[in-house]
Write a protein that binds this ligand. Structure first.
Ligand SMILES: [Zn+2]
Ligand SMILES: [Zn+2]
Length: 483
């Protein structure tokens, strides 16, 4: 058994920080008890390893933490470099799923390769698990990845958001001669530009190429975007000439504001990739944040039977047959019955139906809708409940005869076949590999991190991190680690 005591700053529901005294005792096999100011605050099962925090980045999720549906107070911070008692440096994947903890379970999500969507997971620094703004943390044992020696702290502290950025880029899968635009590059968007540049370098070695456009309202961000690898920059302003509709093959919306999506839909030819979770309605849809949390896509339902080689069905089916929840008022076409297991009904009834299934994920792979309100219902059927109808990484397909008058997004999906895709967390291993192999990329931290703070300056750090002057702020603890 290990016991460790420390003081840390809790984040409170009213957005203040307050000092608390923590005592952790337990071990990897027996689990842990977390005491705050002498009271038991949290009991954890096995599969957590005690590490010391060295650095922790501040991101938009931290600044908006009080909006998230998880209990406070909590020590937050999830973009960490941590060290073990021999001084080895680690990055820590934040989703404490059954798989990440290495505990046996019959969890359908962990088994299906969707551990980052495990419904029983805690999330380091976001959902209950004490995070990296405190001096010690409990990391899921299988989530601690050793940082290669040639990756400096300045880049390693960005691995969590960089992995998320890279995951988005892989999902977009830029094609030869594409132009991919990043709308609103700032703390996450700049990393999307960097990830695109890293993937572009690899593509160029294989004789392919694509362009990277940065589009911002704040012109001060554009030179920085160029330094991260943007091949063209555009200043969005009432005074500048407007960009033509469908100027880019893919637009990645990293603006974190509802108007950003409208602009992205207008500018994108083939696909909009959504990376923001601002929690507000946009383009006539209420549940876009949940769409990103579940990494869903919104796509046209094919007007005719797709070719046998069409990627859609193979991509979306998890089991033997594609599970289709049919919400639309039109009858399902005959050809669909041959390809899929189709259930017709309301979103609430169908969610209950799939939740009761014992084989595979308790969800549909796909929902077919004919209005924006049905699209919302497919994402979250019941208000106040986080249970979904469609599985993580599944799709909401919009019927060709849908009523789309209230949503420019659905108009583009039905009218010209635009796809909306989304992504959240990423693969830390892929991010570390790319950083270790690319000397230019390893300098991302030098360019992106504009402000540094000591761990006891958290209040000031949050004020600065939320200001326009700051792109990225990092907090450093007064212990170990390398510089
Ligand atoms: Zn973050
Ligand atoms: Zn699980």
């Amino acid at each position: 058994m290990l016991t460790i005591e420390f003081d840390a700053l809790d984040y409170l529901a009213d957005q203040r920080f307050a000092a608390a005294h923590y005592l952790l005792d337990g071990d990897e096999t027996r689990g842990w008890k977390v005491h705050r100011d002498g009271n038991l605050a949290l009991e954890l099962g096995p599969g957590y390893r005690l590490l010391q925090t060295h650095q922790c980045g501040i991101c938009s999720t931290d600044l908006a933490r009080h909006f998230l549906p998880f209990p406070l107070p909590q020590v937050i911070g999830h973009e960490v470099i941590a060290t073990d008692d021999e001084g080895r440096r680690y990055v820590v994947e934040i989703n404490a799923s059954h798989e990440a903890r290495g505990v046996a379970s019959d969890c359908a999500f962990c088994r299906a390769g969707l551990a980052t969507h495990c419904p029983e997971r805690l999330v380091l620094g976001i959902h209950d698990l004490p995070g990296g703004f405190g001096p010690w943390l409990l990391a899921p044992v299988k989530s601690c990845l050793v940082i290669p020696d040639n990756v400096p702290d300045s880049a390693a502290v960005l691995v969590e958001p960089f992995a998320a950025a890279l995951h988005g880029v892989r999902k977009i899968a830029p094609r030869d001669k594409d132009c991919i635009a990043v709308l609103g590059p700032r703390r996450l968007g700049m990393l999307v530009v960097a990830a695109l540049a890293g993937v572009r370098t690899r593509e160029q070695r294989a004789g392919r190429d694509f362009g990277i456009a940065a589009i911002a309202r704040d012109p001060a961000l554009l030179p920085m975007a160029s330094s991260f690898g943007a091949t063209q920059t555009h200043h969005l302003s009432p005074d500048a000439p407007a960009l033509a509709d469908q100027s880019f093959d893919v637009v990645v919306d990293t603006t974190g504001n509802p108007d950003g999506l409208t602009t992205a839909v207008r500018l994108a030819r083939r696909e909009v990739h959504l990376k923001s979770t601002h929690g507000q309605p946009a383009c006539g849809l209420e549940h876009l944040t949940e769409l990103v949390v579940d990494e869903l896509s919104l796509e046209p339902f094919p007007a005719q039977q797709p070719q046998a080689d069409s990627g859609l069905w193979q991509r979306l089916a998890t089991g033997e047959r594609l599970r289709v929840a049919w919400l639309a008022s039109q009858a399902p076409p005959k050809w669909l019955e041959g390809l899929a297991d189709v259930q017709c009904g309301s979103a609430v009834d169908l969610a209950e139906h799939y939740a009761g299934l014992s084989d595979g994920l308790p969800r549909a792979d796909v929902a077919v809708v004919d209005s924006s309100s049905q699209a919302d219902a497919a994402i979250r059927p019941q208000s106040g409940s986080e249970i979904a109808l469609v599985r993580p990484r599944g799709a909401v397909l919009v019927h060709p005869d849908a009523n789309v008058l209230d949503s420019v997004l659905l108009q583009a999906v039905v009218g010209r076949g635009l796809r909306l895709t989304s992504s959240r967390c990423g693969d830390f291993r892929a991010a570390l590999d790319l950083l270790a192999s690319d000397s230019e990329l390893r300098r991302i931290g030098e360019r992106l991190v504009t402000h540094h703070f000591a761990a006891n300056e958290l209040k000031e750090a949050f004020e600065v991190a939320g200001s326009r002057a700051c792109v990225k702020a990092v907090v450093t603890h007064g212990n170990g680690g390398s510089e």
